[in-house]
Each structure stands twice: as C-alpha cells, then as structure tokens.
Design a protein around this ligand. Structure first.
Ligand code: IPE
Ligand code: IPE
Ligand code: MG
Length: 249
C-alpha cells in the first residue's frame, strides 16, 4: 500500500490480549479469483489452500484457541466432477503434509461433517490426523467437510429421537447444552466471529445452530487474497462491537 493507501483504511489496531476464542471462516471466492486471472477454477482452489495454510499458522501464532473453516459444503457436490476431484486432491495433499509436520505444529485437528461419501483414503487421513492430534493443546482447527448446518441439526435430532425410541432418553431431557453435544462441534464453544470473504453476504448453511450470537465480518477480498492484514481488520471490527446477547449494557 502506498502513501495514499488506495481507499483502504490504515492498519487496524488489534488487542491481541483479548482475541475472540473462536473464529470461523467461510473460505469463499476461489473460483472468481481464478477467473479474474484467466485460470481454471481449480487453480483458485490451490491458491485458497495456500491461504488456509498461512492463516491457520498465523492464528496459532497469535494464540487463537479455535479456528473453524468451511472447506466443502453438502451442496458443493453440485459442481463438476473435475472441480470436486481437484478439491479432494488438494485436501489429500494438505493432510499428508499436515501429518508429516504434526509433531512440529502441534495443532489439534477435527473434521465437522459426514465423511462417508469421501474416498476411503481421505477418510483414513482425516481420522489419522484427528487421532495423532487428540492430545495437543493450544490451538484447534476444525475443517468442515461435506458439512451442512441443516444436515448437522437433522442428524442430532435423529440421534436423540433414536435414544428416545430405544427407551434410553425422554424428550424432556433435551436442552440446548445436550443438543449442542450431539452436533459435529460437540465440546467446541460457539464461534464468536464468522468471517466471509468474496463479497457474498449470506451464511450458505454454515454453523446454523452455533452462530446464534456470532458476530459477522464480510469483506469483498477473495479468499486466495485474504491475508494477515484482512484478518486484523476483522478482529479489530469484532473488538469494536458491543455483544449484548439479548441483555442491556
Ligand atoms: C470456495 O470458493 C471454495 C468452495 C466452495 C469449495 P468458490 O469455489 O465457491 O469460489 P467462487 O465463489 O466461485 O468464487
Ligand atoms: C460456501 O461457499 C461453502 C464453502 C466456502 C465451502 P459457496 O460458494 O458454496 O456458497 P454459495 O453457493 O455462494 O452460497
Ligand atoms: Mg463460492
């Protein structure tokens, strides 16, 4: 950025002692990033995967407790076989590298979503990543894969109905805490801040239950161009807000 910084506000001040506990990101805009450069959409996904690596590493460095990223939705299967295959290929590459560096990085990883439609190889890699990192403490990265907020809620409802039908539970037992415990995100606090790059202003089936009181940050920056400075803008914006949770401050 030059002296007259093209319309973008100055580097925002982030209070790193009071970060949100949990930041979630809808990693959107890979296809448009590639289109703008005359590249195939898959090149955008490759660039997006690099951005994920950089941002996840940075989140760990600044001491963020939880980072959840939306990598592939239950609706993304509508895309061409070629595109879906490329995304799965990038995921495999990422997981193989992550497993190789786990002892160094010590980032705890979890996957939210129904992994059954993925290849056996990918499923094994996801499970291995989770197992190796189970006992790591500090930073947890949750990757949402074949994830849909509605699908997650339905599964939880079905699971609880099953318990009732089997006589192991009664409907009155179900409260918000118990229901949260039936979701993919069981044990993870609700997101404080949800970031969506790419200019779209919608939730696209992401963390529907968990986002009840989340703060949102939308930016036109496309995910492959998302950087530390943009993350700082999101964090500073979050820190300037008054969260009331229905009360009065
Ligand atoms: C996000 O980027 C990646 C996935 C949804 C898998 P997109 O591929 O949706 O990029 P745009 O929205 O078409 O630019
Ligand atoms: C949301 O982005 C899903 C991911 C980023 C993985 P989409 O690109 O699929 O969302 P829509 O179609 O624009 O709502
Ligand atoms: Mg998109």
């Amino acid at each position: 950025m030059g002296l007259f910084g093209k319309g973008r506000e100055r580097a925002p001040k982030v209070d790193f002692d009071h970060l949100p506990r949990h930041v979630a990101i809808i990693m959107d805009g890979n296809g448009r990033w590639a289109n703008k450069r005359g590249l195939p959409r898959t090149a955008g996904h490759a660039a997006g995967a690099e951005t994920f690596r950089r941002i996840a590493t940075y989140c760990k460095e600044i001491g963020l407790e939880y980072l959840t990223v939306y990598a592939f939705s239950t609706e993304n299967w509508k895309r061409s076989e070629e595109e879906v295959g490329a995304i799965m290929g990038l995921l495999k590459k990422y997981l193989l590298e992550a497993i190789g560096q786990m002892e160094r990085d010590r980032v705890k990883m979890r996957f939210f979503g129904d992994l059954t439609p993925l290849s056996q190889e990918l499923r094994d890699l996801c499970r291995r990543t989770e197992e190796i990192s189970t006992h790591y403490e500090g930073c947890q990265v949750n990757i949402c894969l074949n994830y849909g907020g509605r699908d997650e809620i339905l599964r939880a409802a079905r699971a609880f109905a099953g318990e009732c039908a089997a006589g192991r539970a009664v409907p009155e037992q179900l409260d918000e805490t118990a229901f949260s415990g039936l979701l993919f995100s069981a044990g993870v606090p609700d997101p404080d801040l949800i970031i969506r790059p790419s200019g779209e202003v919608r939730i696209s089936n992401f963390l529907l239950w968990q986002s009840a009181y989340a703060e949102y940050y939308f930016t036109d920056v496309l995910w492959p161009d998302f950087d530390q400075e943009e993350l700082h803008r999101a964090l500073a914006s979050y820190q300037g807000r008054s969260r009331r949770f229905g009360g009065v401050t």
